[in-house]
Design a binder for this molecule. Structure first.
Ligand SMILES: NC(=O)c1ccc[n+]([C@@H]2O[C@H](COP(=O)([O-])OP(=O)(O)OC[C@H]3O[C@@H](n4cnc5c(N)ncnc54)[C@H](OP(=O)(O)O)[C@@H]3O)[C@@H](O)[C@H]2O)c1
Length: 336
């Protein structure tokens, strides 16, 4: 059994992670952390785990958590995560980091977009990006994996195979994406308060969203050429799920059919990416680790449509996929 610690266990991604790991036959959840001092029982924080997990959340430093576990899932915000990840790595633990701390390829880009000093700059650019469909070999060999952002997961899975095969123009990509409110986490913030976002849809972070450099850099790496996307996210009044509508310019004679065929071949042996004939809906992937993608023609553009559940394929499901690869387990264990 792999003994697991979950940092930031009061949050939304941690709750989904606990739910998945409770059905993982090779995992024992040993430690849940919080900054709270009162040692709440997990059922007080997440009532869904009543009678399923008998554990208290504790405010413990890394030196007390590390001896109790083999692998750490860090569900902390950026910077807070890198502040402790190094301690676990030094103690020989494997770490799956949910935050953006180790996703980007250089420190300057991180510090520019996140407006904080990086606490562990030496690992930036040397940490495998945890998108198993594209980087499985690096993930298998890794002690630390940077779990991808939710929007970048959608964008990279949709676009990388087409870029790799030269089917679309790399400098003319427009990503229009919608997300449910849980994408912002459990910590209350005014725009995500129910009266603010219910029965309303609005764009946010136009030209400034922090996932933009992640999409550009990692899509560039996966697709084999420099990429610069236009990315506009929208907040929609649903709890979970994301839909991306991606407008691309085909190269040469690429049609929707050839793009679909390329995607089908690329993902033929990838259990969690489904190239579908229907128009994807967040409903069809909700609470699952699937990413559904399709392609349509519209005027002189191809339109890619893709959906995931931001809390599963966009966070905790991907983390367990990475965990499985890092430990030599079947990639789908606990996820189907
Ligand atoms: N939500 C998503 O769809 C999604 C998708 C992909 C990636 N992510 C990433 O996953 C991580 C967790 O996201 P989430 O949505 O689960 O967030 P969340 O619901 O806000 O939970 C994060 C938890 O971290 C703890 N925390 C907050 N600030 C902290 C700090 N400065 N130092 C130490 N602990 C702190 C809090 O627990 P206590 O207050 O109990 O200490 C909080 O419950 C973030 O890095 C996020 O960017 C989220």
């Amino acid at each position: 059994m792999i003994r697991v610690a979950i940092l930031g266990a009061t949050g939304y991604t941690a709750a989904e992670l606990i739910n998945i790991l409770l059905r993982h036959p090779e995992v024992e959840i040993r430690v849940l952390t919080t900054r709270r001092e009162e040692r709440p029982h997990v059922r007080e924080i997440h009532p869904r785990f009543t009678d399923r997990l008998d554990l208290r959340l504790e405010n413990l430093p890394a030196e007390e958590v590390a001896p109790q576990c083999d692998c750490v899932f860090s569900c902390l915000p950026h910077r807070a995560s890198a502040l402790v990840a190094a301690d676990y790595l030094r103690a020989g633990k494997r770490v799956v980091d949910f935050s953006a701390d180790y996703r980007l390829l250089d420190v300057a880009t991180f510090e520019k977009w996140y407006a904080v000093e990086h606490p562990d700059p030496a690992r930036v650019g040397h940490t495998p990006y945890g998108l198993p469909e594209l980087f499985a070999d690096e993930i298998r060999a890794a002690q630390l994996v940077a779990n991808p952002g939710c929007f970048p997961t959608l964008a990279i899975l949709s676009l990388a195979p087409l870029l790799q095969n030269g089917l679309i123009e790399a400098n003319d990509i427009i990503i229009d994406a919608k997300t449910g409110v849980s994408g912002a986490g459990r910590t209350p913030k005014p725009p995500f308060h129910f009266p603010e976002c219910n029965e309303s849809t609005m764009a946010y972070g136009v030209g400034q969203h922090r996932h933009t450099p992640e999409i550009d850099q990692l899509l560039g790496k996966a697709g084999g050429q420099k990429v610069s996307v236009v990315f506009t996210p929208h907040l929609t009044p649903m709890t979970r799920g994301m839909l991306a509508t991606i407008y691309v310019r085909p190269s040469g004679s690429t049609t929707a059919e050839t793009a679909m065929q390329t995607l089908r071949e690329f993902y033929a042996d990838k259990p969690f990416v489904r190239i579908v004939d229907h128009l994807p809906s967040t409903r069809y992937v909700s609470h699952t680790n699937f990413c559904d993608i399709t392609v349509r023609q519209s005027g002189n553009r191809l339109v890619l449509l893709a959906c995931i559940d931001n809390l599963i394929k966009g966070a905790s499901g991907a983390a367990v996929q990475n965990f499985n690869l890092m430990h030599g387990f079947e990639e789908t264990l606990a996820l189907l």
